[in-house]
Design a protein around this ligand. Structure first.
Ligand SMILES: NC(=O)C1=CN([C@@H]2O[C@H](COP(=O)(O)OP(=O)(O)OC[C@H]3O[C@@H](n4cnc5c(N)ncnc54)[C@H](OP(=O)(O)O)[C@@H]3O)[C@@H](O)[C@H]2O)C=CC1
Ligand SMILES: CC[C@](O)(C(C)=O)C(=O)O
Length: 330
């Protein structure tokens, strides 16, 4: 395992270089602002007429079209949705690349599954924050940061790793640490995490708990506080102090109850399904499903979004977050 902290990273490699960040959404906005605030020469590459163009300009960023940004950049950091990266790369980036450039990603998806092909004389790197873009920005401003992953798929210039690490340091990731990995490992573990645990698994667990309480006749508000709001506080304890720290902070009653009941909720059956989910990622089954969904213009994704917006937990949660002033954007 190779871990890099601020003292291990030489920022000199990016002096006099231009970084084009393509996209100004969740990651593009957070990462480009952090890199610019860290003193890097950043240009944001966007499509004209999109909503990001106005936002990036109003936040003082140097904005150009994707083609123009690619032409003047040494590093092209692609932070638009995975499902449109190949098309944008082929149309707007590849024709404007030069020998010795670096194509950089925050997720290995398009390289690992071979949707994007990069010429041999160009570096392929990854610097991936292990957290959402809004937190990349928030933690940077707080003076800490979130951990990151670094990988090199193709080293045309001999210093691709140093380039990716210097970008990670400027983004604020080297404070919490940057772990070296491969495109394969990052892609497969990231997809597994978001499907089985972080996004898919957790929302289903919360929803099942919330619905159980509401169906038993308890108030929606108390069910929300119990299964959703408090979860964040419990996860914060695990994040800061591990399981032991969390168990130590909750009551003995909670600790005993948690130990003796938890395997009735998550058990060998759930783990068997997790293994299947992982295998589907490894064998490219999920990737095929996602490609098909995109060819059809994302009908399932839109349907899931609409159904979830109508869930009781979402309606009561929104009301409670607004009432206490929690729901506000950065
Ligand atoms: N979201 C996250 O927290 C994380 C994301 N990643 C990775 O980072 C990358 C970016 O993801 P994320 O930040 O979520 O992406 P977003 O969905 O937030 O990207 C939105 C940006 O992409 C632009 N965009 C959308 N469609 C197009 C298009 N057809 N042509 C040109 N530009 C377009 C938008 O511009 P416009 O306003 O013009 O529509 C906007 O600037 C992905 O590889 C993802 O896997 C990695 C770790 C975490
Ligand atoms: C957990 C979701 C994530 O993988 C992330 C924030 O790291 C993503 O791709 O958005």
């Amino acid at each position: 395992m190779k871990m890099y902290y601020e003292k291990d990273v030489d920022s000199e490699v990016l002096v006099g270089k231009t970084i084009a960040v393509i996209g100004y959404g969740s990651q593009g906005r957070g990462q480009s602002r952090n890199m610019a605030d860290s003193g890097l020469n950043v240009v944001v590459g966007l499509r004209e007429g999109g909503s990001s163009w106005k936002i990036a300009k109003s936040e003082g960023m140097n904005v150009k079209t994707i083609e123009e940004a690619t032409k003047i950049a040494d590093v092209i950091h692609i932070l638009i949705p995975d499902e449109i990266q190949a098309d944008t790369y082929n149309k707007s980036i590849a024709p404007n690349l030069e020998e010795g450039n670096t194509i950089s990603f925050s997720h290995g998806y398009n390289i690992h599954f071979k949707y994007i092909k990069v010429p041999k004389n160009v570096n392929i790197t990854m610097i991936a924050p292990k957290g959402p873009g809004s937190m990349v920005r928030r933690t940077y401003k707080e003076g800490f940061g979130i951990p990151g992953l670094v990988a090199v798929e193709q080293d045309a210039t001999g210093n691709a790793l140093q380039i990716a690490l210097a970008m990670g340091k400027a983004t604020g990731l080297a404070k919490a640490g940057i772990l070296e990995t491969s495109f394969k490992e990052e892609t497969e573990t990231d997809l597994f995490g978001e499907q089985a645990v972080l996004c898919g698994g957790v929302t289903e667990l919360i929803k099942a708990g919330f619905d159980t309480l509401v169906e038993a006749g308890y108030q929606k508000e108390i069910a929300y506080f119990e299964t959703c709001h408090e979860l964040k506080l419990i996860v914060d304890l695990i994040y800061e102090k591990g399981f032991a720290g969390m168990w130590n902070d909750v009551s003995n009653t909670a600790e005993f109850g948690g130990f003796v009941r938890r395997e009735r909720i998550i058990n060998e059956e759930s783990k068997k399904e997790m293994k299947k989910v992982l295998e589907e990622i490894q064998k490219g089954k999920f990737t095929k499903e996602w490609a098909l969904e995109n060819t059809a213009n994302q009908p399932m994704l839109n349907r899931y979004r609409a159904i979830e917006a109508e869930e009781n937990i979402e309606i009561v949660g929104k009301k409670l977050r607004k009432a206490c002033g929690l729901e506000k954007s950065e």
